[in-house]
Design a binder for this molecule. Structure first.
Ligand code: COA
Length: 354
């Protein structure tokens, strides 16, 4: 497949190489919020046991710990062992999320799993996770939206709950990027890791809940970051992806805050997709979010695609940075391109009852 890259400052190129007219900004209607409001009530996460440090990668690639840390902030990543499956790890994270929310598997109406690396091409991960949990009454489906998949799934879960179509939705992001990385390509092999994060979404009499969600997609840029079905290897134009990621996440977060009726000053924590520390810092700077409010988890888990946000949220909670009632801004960007942002009142009802 030929790759068409836009020149810096040029109008975005289409896939047949012609210049595309810039798309006019569209004013989005504010989401209707009435009755029950969806929120997050519990969280769980799991990482494979195998740790791969930058020093380990120095042994097999022409790279250095110094280069990786300086350019990305990554110090280590986890990888599934040979033949190890994602479903058991995801089931553990989901069980922990349910326990944290004080819910049982038989209460779950929908299991929604974001993944680009399921154990099998078909069936997806979700039915197996539902079976292993004992969520026998639940529907179960995978969703593929690359690194923005967790935010897409959260938005879908909120819609199901707020429309009354579901009472409890288990949202899980489960990824094994080590399965689709070219382990001989130093420009991508060092960036990615494996892991799982899950949250329980349900309804309540909440003030904010899951608010202001903004999702977007631009298929014109697909060739900048992709893995073909046959080769199943991730290819990326790093600098172009970097540029788009900063622009899209900054704009989407600003819009999400506006839709939620909030400003940056209202944000207690900012949790962006953990792709690269420099991207996260650039988005935070663009939004004027001070560094002490920016959650960084990329050093320990690297880029785990859609799992990176729930992994970072869970780690922030364990570190005592994230507490019930806090207002958290979320932002993500990934292959597609797809992106999203939203505002979450963290475990708001737990806070209200405390
Ligand atoms: N170790 C050592 N050197 C490396 C390297 C590695 N792992 N990877 C690339 N290099 C080299 C390049 O070959 C290049 O060498 P050259 O100058 O001799 O040609 C040099 O480092 C600079 O490469 P460049 O691509 O310009 O680096 P960069 O500062 O843009 O950083 C990324 C590269 C990939 C870290 C950065 O572009 C990035 O983070 N992009 C976004 C990627 C991403 O997050 N994707 C997922 C989004 S969901």
């Amino acid at each position: 497949m030929s790759t068409v890259l836009p020149r810096p400052g040029a109008a975005p190129a289409t896939r047949n190489g012609t210049a595309a007219a810039p798309r006019p900004a569209r004013v989005r209607p504010a989401a209707r919020r009435r009755g029950l409001t969806a929120g997050i009530f519990g969280i769980g996460s799991a990482l494979p046991e195998r740790v791969v440090t930058n020093r380990d990668l120095e042994q097999v690639l022409d790279t250095s710990d110094e280069w990786i840390v300086r350019r990305t902030g990554i110090r280590e990543r986890r990888r599934l062992g040979e033949g190890e499956l994602l479903a058991p790890l995801a089931t553990q994270a989901c069980a922990d999320a349910l326990a944290d929310a004080g819910r049982t598997a038989d209460e779950v109406d929908v299991v929604l799993v974001s993944t680009v690396t399921p154990d099998r091409v078909t069936p997806g991960l979700a039915p197996e996770i539902a079976r292993a949990l004992g969520a026998t009454g639940a529907s179960a489906v995978d969703l593929s939206a690359a690194c923005a998949g967790f935010l897409y799934a959260l938005d879908h879960a909120a819609a199901l709950v707020e429309s009354g179509r579901a009472g409890v939705v288990l949202v899980c992001a489960a990824e094994a990027l080590s399965r689709i990385v070219d382990h001989t390509d130093r420009s991508t092999a060092v960036l990615f890791g494996d892991g799982v994060g899950a949250v329980v979404v349900a309804g309540g009499d909440l003030d904010l809940g899951l608010a202001g969600f903004v999702l977007g997609a631009d298929g014109e840029q697909a060739d900048l970051l992709y893995a073909d079905a046959e080769a199943r290897v991730l290819r990326m134009q790093g600098q172009e992806v970097y540029r788009h990621a900063v622009r899209r996440m900054s704009a989407a977060t600003a819009e999400a805050l506006q839709r939620a009726g909030l400003t940056t000053d209202d944000v207690d924590l900012f949790v962006a997709h953990q792709a690269n520390r420099r991207i996260i810092d650039a988005v935070a700077a663009e939004l004027h979010v001070p560094s002490e409010k920016v959650v960084l988890d990329v050093h320990r888990a690297a880029n785990t695609s859609s799992a990176s946000i729930p992994l970072a949220l869970h780690q922030a909670e364990r570190d005592g940075l994230l507490k019930p009632g806090m207002t958290v801004a979320l932002a993500a960007f990934g292959a597609g391109f797809v992106w999203g942002a939203g505002v979450v009142a963290w475990k708001e009802r737990v806070h209200a009852c405390a």
